[in-house]
Design a protein around this ligand. Structure first.
Ligand SMILES: Cc1cc2nc3c(=O)[nH]c(=O)nc-3n(C[C@H](O)[C@H](O)[C@H](O)COP(=O)(O)O)c2cc1C
Length: 317
């Protein structure tokens, strides 16, 4: 089994369906994210798509967008059919540096298939899934999980099973599935996980500033931190976290930096098949917290092309 790649920084970008598209991942990478990951991807969709693409002499990157510049990068899979897991993992393995498995998604359309966070209640099946993944690919397999369904009772057991089966890193979003995004991520549980297993632990939940990144590392002893919503519309945060962790200071993100980040995002987005509506949503996120952001957002709403968006997003109102 291959080893984990070397990560250039301790701060990773969280997978976020509909948000962490290939263009955002590239900007975050440029700003210093140590690892980026696709959003959760359905194992059955990968298999179905691969058949179609092979017939058209195309490859899986026609379906799951990514670029070589993201490396090291990961693909996140979900689904619980053992044969399909093996097959999907083998299809994507040549294109990614690590394969992550989702055991955290709280969305009913995922949990109803006994996938995502629902698996936290099924240790037997979970073990089989871990075994299937690790035995079918050579690339490192990692896990992203929550702490439990409605209370944090089983996550250590699940994590130990993952380690025993050969998974190489575990990210803990320290909320239960039923919590959704409410309340706080319970960082004490990240500490408990770190104390219980020997493989690297990635702490996740509620990091929105360099100070909070450092606080999580100090409080939990986690090896890496993963940032989701705090980095949406704000890839500059990765530079700030890296600077703060290494020097104790960091540069403020000025409105012009924020808009420049969107400019980069828009350049990259043109090279992918990202829907224009989604690019507009990203533009909205990049105006978060800006004085005059509301004015920008009302202009973004009316934009019809990426070129128009780029023009709107250069002027600080
Ligand atoms: C819009 C959105 C989409 C998400 N999609 C995924 C996903 O595809 N896979 C996953 O493991 N977690 C997903 N998450 C959870 C995040 O990866 C992360 O665990 C969570 O947001 C907590 O981190 P944060 O407080 O830094 O945002 C998503 C979160 C959001 C807000």
């Amino acid at each position: 089994m291959d080893e984990l790649p070397k990560f250039s920084s301790r701060a990773f970008l969280a997978p976020m369906a509909g948000v962490s598209d290939a263009a955002l991942r590239l900007v975050c990478k440029e700003m210093g994210a140590g690892l980026v990951m696709t959003e959760l991807t359905n194992i059955h969709a990968i298999i179905a798509k691969e058949k179609q693409l092979t017939a058209q002499r195309k490859q899986i990157d026609d379906f799951i967008e990514f670029s070589e510049l993201e490396r090291p990068h990961s693909i996140q899979l979900f689904g619980s059919d053992i044969n399909a897991i093996k097959k999907a993992a083998q299809i994507v393995e040549p294109f990614f540096d690590t394969i992550d498995y989702n055991m955290g998604c709280p969305a009913p359309h995922i949990t109803q298939q006994m996938a995502g966070g629902a698996l936290l209640q099924n240790l037997d099946l979970t073990r089989k899934i871990f075994h299937a993944l690790v035995s079918s690919v050579k690339k490192p397999v990692t896990l992203k999980m929550r702490t439990g369904i409605d209370n944090p009772t089983r996550f250590i057991e699940v994590a130990k099973a993952a380690e025993a089966e050969g998974l190489q890193m575990i990210t803990l979003h320290a909320r239960t599935v039923n919590q959704g995004y409410s309340g706080r991520s319970n960082w004490d549980l990240i500490r408990q996980l770190k104390d219980a297993i020997g493989i690297p632990v990635v702490g996740n939940g509620d990091i929105t500033s360099p100070e909070l990144a450092r606080q999580m590392i100090e409080q939990t002893n986690c090896d890496y931190v993963m940032v989701g919503r705090g980095a949406a519309g704000n890839p500059f945060l990765f530079r700030q976290i890296n600077d703060y962790l290494s020097t104790g200071t960091y540069q403020q993100c000025l409105p012009k930096n924020q808009l420049e980040m969107f400019g980069r995002y828009a350049e990259y987005a043109q090279n992918f098949k990202i829907r224009f509506a989604s690019i507009k949503q990203q533009a909205m996120r990049f105006t978060k917290g800006l004085v005059g952001g509301a004015t920008l957002r009302s202009k973004i709403m009316l934009a019809k092309t990426i070129a128009e968006l780029k023009t709107i997003m250069v002027e600080i109102p």
